[in-house]
Design a protein around this ligand. Structure first.
Ligand code: NI
Length: 432
């Protein structure tokens, strides 16, 4: 019985392995290489003129102009400034979505590059410099080039390709909605509905030439929580007259830390609970009535996420109850797990190897930061990977991190990124 099953699996596997014609692969690789100067030029333009989340007006305009010049169907104004270009081949086949994020950050650039940003803006009421300090300028340039090359090769493709240029990945300004969640709500994954979505992130701490990936949870779900502990106020000299919310809070913080260390199956996936804020009291000799704490929860698996939330509620309320206090727990789900469909990921590793070289694609650990690409993957299978752009002679521990004023990328990484996007798209089309 067992052998029979194995045989069937082998046969069905073989039949799935239709391949992109080598001639087409070679042609597209050559076109990517010859478009590299233009990719660099686009990227430098976006780098010099960065725009904050939900304010990507000129960026979106330049993207839309480019997509229209290619003759694509173009929609604008999605989730504020989002742009979608649709390439229809006229032949039956899969619908593939490719996504780039367009927003910059409230960071003042310190690099002395000829195309360094001198832009400023007001963010949360404060004057600030604006900088592409996470590399989204490279994502936009790469996807513009992907659209150009695939359009040029329309006759050799099948199905439909949607190019999604998304605003506000870093989060909408206070009081506004935005990003992938709003794009999805406004129907970016409808008419036609993609079968699959691909996205990438440039990395300033991964050597140029490398591509890294992880199946299943690759970036964490990010949830926020707050806990209000209510006790009874008294003079600091007579604690027996009080229900001390500060001592109860201290017990709750310790209790929360045992959820990850003692109650979570750590060999399955990592998890993080961080209390980042705590406030209580006004004076040395007064035990206050209330204490407040808030923090973030990071998980890489939805079941573990639910369990951790449940245990946090239980731990906080029962510890408070044991002291005669109450704890009000609020957990706000923000960004889901960036979950790479395992079967899809496995299928696409070959395509990445074609783009970067067979020894240049590395499976890595999960990242406990979050990425709103996760909202697309909640609806359809998706694959999100990382493209190295750190100059080869540098130490990843010493180069400027993402979101900092000296953030810098080695532009050669963009060609690898472009080839990766092209190869996953072609291979997905031809494997169908
Ligand atoms: Ni980013």
């Amino acid at each position: 019985m067992r052998y029979a099953i194995v045989a069937v699996l082998l046969i069905s596997n073989l039949s799935l392995h239709a391949q992109t014609p080598t001639k087409l692969q070679t042609k597209i690789d050559q076109q990517a290489t010859s478009l590299e100067p233009k990719v660099i030029e686009w990227r430098r333009h976006f780098h010099q003129y960065p725009e904050l989340s939900n304010r990507e007006v000129k960026t979106a305009q330049k993207v839309a102009d480019h997509l229209k010049s290619l003759g694509l169907e173009v929609q604008t104004g999605i989730a504020h400034t989002g742009v979608v270009g649709v390439l229809r081949t006229g032949k039956p086949g899969p619908v593939i979505a490719l996504r780039a994020d367009m927003d910059a950050l409230p960071v003042t650039e310190r690099n002395s590059l000829p195309f360094a940003s001198k832009e400023t803006a007001v963010f949360n009421g404060q004057e600030t410099g604006v900088m592409h300090a996470c590399g989204h300028d490279t994502h936009v340039a790469i996807l513009m080039a992907t659209a150009e090359i695939l359009t040029k090769n329309r006759a050799d493709l099948k199905g439909t390709i949607k190019f999604i240029f998304q605003p506000a990945e870093e989060g909408a300004p206070a009081g506004e909605e935005g990003g992938a969640e709003l794009m999805v709500r406004q129907g970016v994954l409808e008419n036609p509905k993609p079968d699959v979505i691909f996205g990438m992130h440039i990395s300033s701490i991964t050597p140029v030439g490398l591509i890294t990936y992880r199946p299943a949870g690759t970036m964490a779900a990010s949830d926020w929580f707050s806990i209000k502990v209510k006790g009874r106020q008294s003079h600091g000299a007579y604690p027996w007259m009080s229900v001390d919310p500060i001592v109860v809070s201290a017990q709750i913080i310790t209790g929360l830390q045992t959820i990850v260390s003692r109650q979570t199956e750590l060999t399955k996936e990592a998890a993080v609970i961080t209390v980042g804020r705590i406030q209580a009291g006004i004076r040395e000799n007064i035990i206050p009535e209330e204490a407040f704490m808030a923090g973030t929860i990071r998980t890489l698996d939805e079941d573990m996420q639910e369990k951790i939330h449940e245990k946090m509620r239980l731990t906080a309320t029962k510890i408070a109850e044991s002291a005669g206090a109450t704890a009000e727990v609020n957990i706000e789900k923000r960004t889901p797990v960036t979950y790479n469909d395992p079967a899809l990921t496995e299928k696409m590793v070959n395509s990445l190897q074609r783009a970067a070289g067979s020894d240049k694609v590395i499976r890595v650990n999960a990242v406990t930061g979050a990425e709103d690409f996760a909202f697309y993957q909640k609806k359809i299978p998706g694959f999100f990977f990382f493209v190295g752009a750190m100059p080869p002679d540098q130490d990843p521990g010493k180069v400027p991190a993402h979101h900092t004023p000296n953030f810098m990328i080695d532009e050669r990484g963009m060609l690898t990124g472009l080839k990766a996007m092209l190869n996953v798209t072609l291979d997905y089309i031809y494997a169908k």
